[in-house]
Design a binder for this molecule. Structure first.
Ligand code: ADP
Ligand code: ZN
Length: 721
């Protein structure tokens, strides 16, 4: 039958069938790299370890075996909050799924397990603790296609997020030695990887390492922005994505609360999330974020695990994170749908001091200190930032990305020898007694008390840099730090020290190239202009996108699901690009599967038609292929007639056409065996009037369908001879 999942009888290679399923259930036309290999490996019954970044497309890898076989897929995940989302996403695509966890009553859980055993649920999410409680009671010959272990790094003491609940999961292989196990994670170094395989007792697992590149996320770093500048910047991003949402990560709870307050004072819909809040408060914040009630959540790193919201459009780091792994995971929460997203980091030297103290308190000082240094390199980079990130994950990229601030705005170089020598000589003369601010004030000849008291106003370079602004000096000194000419003594009040390399430059008066300073004023004035113009005018495409978002919003509210469950931003963008004007072309949009076509084509296509000024109504009947689509999605004749607003008899005539064209080959939902035989009987006796004779016994139109079926069967017989 058409709408049945997992019938193994369909023809074609595994790759063909998998692609067909991808299209029907998810609405995607092609697999991403590795996905098909991973699925094939599972279908061959082999274990695997899968490393892919957040948003890389892991879910489809473990869900697909449920669609390609008669077995069920068990997904072990520690993220209970995420389960609900995944289940809703699956069911909205027409794949029966459920979760068993501690947030539901025993009765609910028991009921779900019963449905699992009977094969009615095809994908089950379960927490590791719960699985271990249950698994011994399960039948050993339950038809399990795959056990997927999500967030598999949690199994390893080496990983950064060890969960004791994971350590006993080798029971799975003990009880079901022939069921393939797929371990998935977004972060795992080699040690962790090997540990995962060992702890789960995987047998000769295949290792898949996906690319960590997320080209749709633009990267930007702002060095030493002031408080107002930060707020202005975040405000501008929120304005740019008025109807979407983002995250501001802060280093401390207090920082997160401050930011939240400031943003609310400016009229933005913001909330706060950190580990100091009660569970109820945290859940509420998370729910408001997922449902789109707030535009921004100001959070500490505690936020994000288990957020599967695909339309997070931006992530701002108000402070630098402690290592690149964390940074990458946090920015990876943006743009999971593949549409453009922004990651911006505010970087200040003050952060370094705080992070240093974290490192000193940590268990593995040497390692963490090295990781912090690499993070700092990223922040201070003057070459393509994506190349730096990927090289950190041992992935080489042979070209600049074109989507980071360095690529987009390659710094113009100037001869900076004179200011560099002035600064270096001043540092030597104050004998490492000044931090950045004081050094600049000395160079600019500010005779404030602190300076005169220490006699710094009497050194030779006092006032030698009057010709340049504070901002200009700030930029050049930052660059000197990046170039390794000077160093910040984080253990000594952030005072500046000259490095051996800097001393060499100073002694040999060598030429130094610096990136030209771009005054903040010019940048700020363009921004202010934007503000004054009120909202920037929307392009036609943006206007259409806005109206499609409104349609989505309405449906989401009615169905009480988050908007991105209805369609991802990426799918809406595709609609804007393709402008489908009927159900068929709507079905062809990337990201629109069968179930969603049937459910949603009308409101979206109507909005697009309205936008394009097409006023004529959908003609009656429309195309025969639409009928086929609905039929395949499990609609019966009456439901099709109702959905399309046409008569049942018209639907029957479509069916005749489809059967004659060999497009419809399964008739079980259209006609019963008894009805078919009855028609054949009457046709034989009254070939010219059977139609009228039968009109009182069965729906008008059905007899013709029976005849078409009969012809079809004859054709097929002939073929087989
Ligand atoms: P992960 O679990 O690795 O974090 P997901 O499985 O949630 O990532 O996938 C991220 C996004 O990419 C989802 O919106 C998903 O629908 C989409 N996606 C996955 N595979 C494909 C594909 N083959 N083509 C297009 N989009 C895809
Ligand atoms: Zn770049």
């Amino acid at each position: 039958m058409h709408s049945e999942i997992g019938s193994d009888s369909q023809p074609g290679t595994l790759a063909q069938r998998a692609t067909a399923m991808l299209n029907r259930f998810y609405g995607y036309s092609t697999f991403r790299p590795l996905q098909l290999d991973i699925i094939t490996t599972a279908m061959e019954g082999r274990d695997s370890v899968v490393l892919m970044p957040t948003g890389g497309g892991k879910s489809i890898c473990y869900q697909m075996p449920a669609l390609l076989s008669d077995g069920v897929v068990i997904v072990v995940s520690p993220l209970i909050a995420l389960m609900k989302d995944q289940v809703v996403a699956l069911t909205s695509n027409g794949i029966p799924a459920a979760a068993v966890n501690s947030m539901q009553t025993d009765e609910e859980n028991r009921d779900i397990l019963a449905q699992l055993f009977s094969g009615r649920i095809r994908v089950l999410y379960i927490s590791p603790e719960r699985l271990l409680m249950e698994i011994d009671r399960w039948s050993r010959d339950m038809n399990i296609a795959l056990v997927a272990i999500d967030e598999a790094h949690c199994i390893s003491q080496w990983g950064h997020d060890f969960r004791p609940g994971y350590t006993q999961l080798r029971r799975i292989k003990e009880i079901y030695p022939h069921v393939p196990v797929m371990a998935l994670t977004a972060t795992a170094d080699r040690l962790t990887r090997e540990d995962i395989a060992r702890q789960l007792a995987l047998v000769d697992p295949r290792l898949f390492i996906g690319s960590f590149d997320r080209p749709n996320i633009s990267l930007k770093v702002m060095t030493n922005p002031g408080k107002t500048q930060r707020l202005n910047y975040i405000g501008a991003i929120i304005d740019r994505y008025r109807n979407d949402s983002g995250i501001v990560y802060c280093i401390s709870r207090k920082g997160a609360e401050d930011m939240d307050r400031q943003l609310r004072m400016r009229g933005y819909r913001s909330t706060v999330y950190h580990a100091g809040l009660s569970v109820t408060e945290r859940n509420r914040a998370q729910d408001r974020f997922i449902n789109g009630d707030v535009q921004v959540v100001c959070a500490t790193v505690a936020f994000g695990m288990g957020i599967d919201k695909s339309n997070i459009r931006w992530v701002v780091h108000n402070n630098m994170p402690r290592n690149i792994e964390s940074y990458y995971q946090e920015i990876g929460r943006a743009g999971r749908d593949g549409a453009a997203a922004e990651a911006v980091m505010f970087y200040s030297y003050g952060d370094i001091m705080t992070l240093r103290s974290f490192v000193d308190e940590s268990g593995q000082q040497a390692l963490n200190s090295e990781k912090l240094a690499r993070m700092k390199d990223y922040a201070e980079a003057s070459l393509c930032r994506r190349r730096i990130l990927l090289s950190y994950f041992n992935e080489t990229m042979d070209h600049d990305c074109g989507n980071c601030d360095v690529c987009l705005n390659p710094p113009e170089r100037i001869d900076g020898t004179v200011p560099v020598l002035k600064a270096l000589s001043a540092i030597v003369r104050v004998n490492g007694g000044a931090g950045i601010t004081m050094l600049i004030d000395i160079l600019r000849g500010m005779s404030r008390q602190e300076i005169t008291q220490r006699g710094y106003d009497r050194i030779k370079t006092f006032g030698a840099g009057r010709d340049m602004s504070f901002g200009e000096w700030n930029s050049y000194i930052s660059q000197m730090i990046q170039l390794g000419l000077i160093d910040i003594a984080y253990d000594d009040y952030n005072h500046l020290r000259i490095t051996p390399y800097g001393r060499q430059i100073l002694n040999e008066r060598r030429e130094v190239l610096l990136a030209k300073y771009e005054p903040l004023e010019s940048r700020r004035s363009t921004r202010r202009q934007h503000k004054e113009d009120e909202k920037p005018a929307l392009s036609p495409a943006e206007m259409l996108l806005e109206s499609l978002k409104a349609v989505r919003e309405k449906i989401a509210r009615k169905e009480q699901v988050p908007p991105y469950i209805v369609f991802t931003d990426k799918a809406l963008l595709e609609m804007v690009r393709i402008e489908p004007l009927d159900m068929e072309s709507f079905a062809g949009v990337e990201g629109v599967g069968e179930r969603k076509t049937v459910k949603y084509w009308r409101p979206f296509v109507t909005a697009i038609r309205k936008f394009k000024g097409i006023t004529d109504k959908f003609g009656p009947g429309l195309s025969v292929d639409e009928t086929l689509l609905l039929l395949n999605a499990g609609y019966d004749v009456d439901a099709i007639a109702e959905a399309k607003g046409i008569k049942s008899s018209t639907v029957y005539s479509h069916l005749v056409e489809l059967i004659n064209a060999d497009k419809l080959t399964d008739f079980s939902t259209i006609i019963t065996r008894e009805q078919y035989l009855r028609v054949m009987e009457v046709v034989k006796a009254h070939p010219d009037t059977y139609y009228e004779i039968l009109s009182t016994e069965m729906p008008v139109g059905l007899p013709r369908v029976a005849v078409a079926i009969s012809d079809f069967l004859m054709r097929r017989k002939a073929d087989h001879r």
